[in-house]
Write a protein that binds this ligand. Structure first.
Ligand code: ADP
Length: 516
């Protein structure tokens, strides 16, 4: 990209949206850097950021960028933490920050949906629903400051029965690479009263083209919301032994598949629970991975399990009672399993640890990043696993062995959907320690390769590793990558929308390879 082209584009954009909505210079661009970068911050820096105030301005920005051939990088709130945050895939891109488009356009309390703009955070949506009487719940992820749109588009998840966020998208408004504004599904009908209620519309379903993609900029989204249940039970089960993992997963699978457990069930190891309330130096002052006896001390001092399962149950009390009976008897044969169940009804105060299961956003999960000190960083390694004991054990052993070899603790666990597990291993490191950052990157690449060799791939990744992960999806000479590139070229002929996102490069970037 020629600098002068970029300068001309920025001048044109500035004229279009106003000087105050153009950000330049190190201080103004600080919020657009990855706050948890594994030592790669300088390789993923933006040239400028622009903050459109309307869909029309988004469209104008894209047209100007396409005219000058200037790369853009779209963010909604930029809280994609562990995956690069707001930082662009390529250095020098212009961030399109959609934070000003923050209207909750509509909430329908009878039909259970909202239409929102990309700048709406989980806190914003929660507050709006509360103002309306709290009859609807939004599903929220661990941290509530991100956008509902960005999280759903990235296939993020929360912990209510509506926790598979991308599954609950219904209808998008999108700006394509030539600036055209399109609505998908029933929303394509001007004046439609139905676009956020039925995905089964007329013709091909195109919403998926805009998930984890660089095919367009989403400017409105329909999202389904859950009717507030009569009651909610926050359930926890602790298991004392590391080698109970396979047994737990095999018991959990039919409970999730049958719907006895209605929401994501999160199985966390003791380090993950410990890191929620303490830092590592409380337990261990040495270097290298924590010895096993230290983990046992965390378990006994905090009165937790080696494995800790958490999920919510929802509905009338009687139905919750049935579900609890079924779940108790399913886990009855697991030695040392301990149950802790709290029941809530509308108006009850929630304990902080239970709130995300009831769709209440928070920020307490941020503490974990400080495990190794105040300047902590993290990388999320996120392969999908079958919900089968031997697969979960294989993934756990693989990740733990590689982590220990590289001097890291295994911090993580499995979030159980109905037919799959999201295995999340957070590589926690200190940003002040350059050698540790380098080691974290080495470990990440090793994990991608080891997982691929066992037949597992990641569902999401940090900007620094998007090409590495793309490379494992290689069936029939990388046919899917080729198809994605064809679609990209058709929808974004100038190749300006988030080039390289998820390893999809437009032809204009054929020379670009992995940036490190
Ligand atoms: P959040 O603040 O919700 O965590 P981000 O704004 O960081 O999410 O977005 C995560 C990723 O999703 C971004 O890096 C970008 O690739 C993509 N994304 C976010 N918002 C949009 C959007 N409105 N249209 C298209 N892609 C988006």
């Amino acid at each position: 990209m020629v600098n002068t082209a970029c300068e001309r584009a920025l001048t044109d954009i500035e004229r279009e949206i106003g000087t105050q909505w153009l950000r330049r210079g190190d201080d103004a661009l600080e919020p657009y850097r990855d706050p948890y970068s594994p030592g790669l911050d300088d390789k993923f820096r933006a040239r400028a950021a622009v903050l459109p105030g309307s869909v029309e301005e988004v469209s104008a920005i894209v047209r100007i960028a396409a005219h000058h051939g200037v790369p853009l990088w779209t963010i909604s709130r930029g809280k994609n933490l562990g995956y690069g945050g707001p930082a662009p895939r390529i250095e020098g891109a212009v961030i399109v920050d959609l934070g000003r488009l923050n209207r909750v356009i509509e909430v329908d309390q009878d039909l259970g949906y909202a239409i929102i703009e990309p700048g709406v955070t989980f806190f914003d949506l929660y507050e709006r629903l509360q103002e309306l009487g709290g009859k609807l719940w939004a599903s929220v992820p661990a941290l509530g400051w991100g956008s509902v749109v960005g999280n759903a588009l990235e296939r993020g998840f929360g912990y209510t029965p509506y926790g598979d966020h991308s599954e609950n998208i219904c209808g998008l408004e999108v700006v394509l690479g030539d600036g055209q504004i399109v609505r998908t599904g029933l929303g394509a009908h001007s004046g439609s009263k139905t676009w956020p209620i039925a995905k089964a519309a007329y013709g091909p379903s195109l919403d998926g083209l805009f998930l984890q993609s660089n095919n367009g900029i989403v400017t409105k989204m329909g999202i389904w919301l859950m009717p507030r249940p009569e009651a909610f039970a926050a359930c926890r089960i602790t298991f004392p032994q590391e080698d109970q993992l396979g047994q737990i997963i095999d018991i959990l699978r039919p409970l999730r598949l049958s719907g006895a457990i209605q929401s994501s069930a999160v199985l966390a190891n003791a380090v993950r629970i410990g890191a929620a309330t303490s830092s590592r130096d409380r337990w261990f002052g040495g270097t290298g991975p924590m010895p096993e006896q230290v983990i046992h001390k965390i378990i006994s001092d905090l009165d937790i399990g080696w494995w800790n399962l958490r999920f919510g149950l929802y509905g009338p009390d009687k139905l919750i009672d049935f579900r609890i009976d079924e779940i108790r008897s399913a886990f009855a044969g697991v030695q040392g399993a301990r149950f802790d169940i709290r029941r809530y009804h509308p108006g009850d105060d929630l304990l902080p640890g239970d709130s995300v299961m009831a769709g209440v956003p928070g920020l307490t999960a941020l503490q974990a990043v400080k495990w190794l000190g105040p300047n902590g960083g993290h990388l999320s390694f996120s392969p999908i696993s079958p919900p089968i004991g031997r697969d979960a054990v294989a993934q756990y052993q693989m990740a733990k062995a590689a982590a220990e070899e590289h001097g890291f603790d295994y911090y993580g666990g499995f979030t159980a959907g109905a037919r799959h597990l999201n295995h999340i291993f957070l590589i926690l490191f200190s940003k002040d320690d350059a050698a540790q950052c380098a080691n974290a990157r080495k470990l990440f690449r090793r994990l991608v390769a080891d997982a691929a060799a066992l037949g597992y791939g990641e569902y999401r990744t940090h900007v620094a590793f998007m090409d590495d992960v793309r490379a494992i999806y290689d069936f029939n000479q990388h046919a899917l990558t080729g198809l994605s590139q064809k679609i990209k070229a058709a929808l974004d002929p100038a190749g300006v929308l988030s080039p390289g996102k998820q390893g999809i490069w437009p032809p204009q970037y054929s020379e670009v390879s992995s940036a490190h």
